[in-house]
Design a protein around this ligand. Structure first.
Ligand SMILES: Cc1cc2nc3c(=O)[nH]c(=O)nc-3n(C[C@H](O)[C@H](O)[C@H](O)COP(=O)(O)OP(=O)(O)OC[C@H]3O[C@@H](n4cnc5c(N)ncnc54)[C@H](O)[C@@H]3O)c2cc1C
Length: 399
């Protein structure tokens, strides 16, 4: 991993601009950067949060907003579960526009093999005190009557929630501002290293702690970061209140979300407070074109109607794409960047960054204050991807 990006050397007038000083400068005003800004401001740090477009306009606006506890690994579980608990604490303070609801997730099993997976998952959650229960095929259709009747059953995880992420990002940024944070919107960060952030208008922000929270664009300011863009599509329907009652996800989703190379589509549908239905989702590597891919969209809708046949008669209003920030081991990068003692990372959250934003911010603030975090920080440290030192071979000279 390298830490530098070439600084423009002429025509910027940067050298004439007096730098502004902060304790922490955070690059990127998505939900992760905004949550970090609030957590740092709550600890008394003087914070600047810089966003080139609008708060919550990147992957945060494109995401589904499913606050979901996951069991892919102990580290993923710890981060998602801790974050879910932080969401539960935050929830009463959120504005109604955050649309926070707790419909729960039903992991839908299409056959006996997937039902066995639901049972394994239920046992795993029970051991870790996550409320969940198995449901039969019959009960499944009672819980969500538009599901096709021949499904094997599923697992209901009751504390999983949904939220409208962009309004939460804005809310968190504004809360940080109310504690003294400076919000800089409409500015691109051109350079972020050695205790200084340089903006596109030449403004220089100095801080002993810089945070790269640029999501899928993280490598643009920190070249060599192991963060790749993973494209996703979502569609939203007109209002059909009650058509879907829980976040419905096929258990086959685990197989497709786990593939780190192939394109994949899985049934993942969410009821919105407005009565609309959010339909996902796809995962693609190596496609950085944000245009909607009609073939991919058709696959998503086909997959969804396989589980919810009546969906075929509903109107889809809008379709969009977004980019997840994927790392090779499917865990985010949270902590100090090896090679620049001023640089910290809060990126690489792939398809779970809405869920894990709050625990990420909590971990980062614990790093900064030197306090014991609620969960072990080690699995997320960026140093895990630092190149191993090259072994030195000592050649004995022949005399
Ligand atoms: C289709 C899809 C569905 C998803 N569904 C879910 C879900 O259900 N649940 C879940 O938990 N997660 C979900 N995610 C993942 C989630 O959306 C992301 O992990 C999360 O939004 C990442 O937030 P972030 O703040 O790291 O990145 P972003 O929201 O992308 O924020 C980064 C910000 O940095 C800004 N920026 C970039 N470059 C610069 C620069 N040079 N200078 C200044 N600013 C810059 C961008 O404008 C952007 O606002 C989904 C993602 C997609 C694409």
């Amino acid at each position: 991993m390298r830490s530098r990006r070439p600084v423009p050397t002429s025509g910027t007038g940067m050298s004439q601009t007096a730098p502004q000083s902060y304790d922490v400068v955070i690059a990127g005003g998505g939900i992760v950067g905004a949550a970090c800004a609030l957590a740092c401001a709550q600890k008394g740090f003087r914070v600047a949060l810089v966003e080139r477009e609008l708060f919550g306009s990147g992957a945060t606006a494109a995401g589904m907003g499913h606050i979901v506890v996951m069991d892919d690994s102990e580290a993923q579980f710890a981060l998602t579960r801790r974050s879910q608990q932080l969401w539960q604490t935050l929830c009463p303070t959120l504005p109604s526009t955050a649309e926070y609801e707790t419909p729960g997730t039903i992991w839908v099993a299409a056959d006996d093999e997937e039902l066995a997976e639901a049972e394994r998952k239920q046992f795993w959650f029970a051991e870790r005190e996550v409320p969940s229960r198995l449901v039969s095929g019959l009960e499944l259709t009672a819980l969500d009557p538009n599901l096709r009747p021949d499904l094997a059953g599923g697992l209901l995880v009751t504390e999983d929630a949904v939220v409208y992420p962009p309004t939460v990002a804005l809310y968190l940024a504004r809360q940080a501002q109310s504690l003294g944070a400076t919000l800089l919107v409409g500015h691109s960060i051109m350079n972020l290293c050695d205790g200084e952030a340089t903006l596109d208008d030449g403004t220089r922000l100095r801080a002993p702690k810089l945070v790269n929270a640029l999501g899928a664009d993280a490598a643009s300011c920190t070249p060599g970061l192991p963060v790749k863009k993973r494209k996703g599509h979502l569609a939203i329907t007109d209002r059909y209140p009650g058509f879907v009652r829980h976040q419905l996800v096929e258990l086959g989703y685990l197989k497709s979300a786990h593939s780190v190379t192939a394109d994949s589509v899985a049934f993942n549908v969410q009821p919105r407070r407005t009565g609309q239905i959010l339909i996902g989702s796809s995962r693609q590597y190596g496609n950085e074109d944000s245009a909607v891919d009609q073939a991919m969209l058709a696959s998503i809708l086909q997959r969804a109607t396989l589980y919810l046949p009546a969906l075929a008669s509903l109107n889809v209003l809008r379709v969009w794409t977004g980019f997840r920030a994927a790392t090779p081991d499917k865990l985010p990068l949270i902590g100090p960047f090896p090679g620049d003692s001023t640089l910290w990372l809060a990126t690489g959250h792939e398809g779970l960054g809405i869920t894990t934003s709050l625990a990420t911010a909590e971990l980062l603030a614990a790093h900064f204050t030197g306090t014991q975090p609620a969960i072990p920080p080690e699995p997320y440290l960026p140093a895990r991807f630092a190149p191993a030192p090259t072994p030195v071979t000592i050649l004995q000279e022949k005399l």
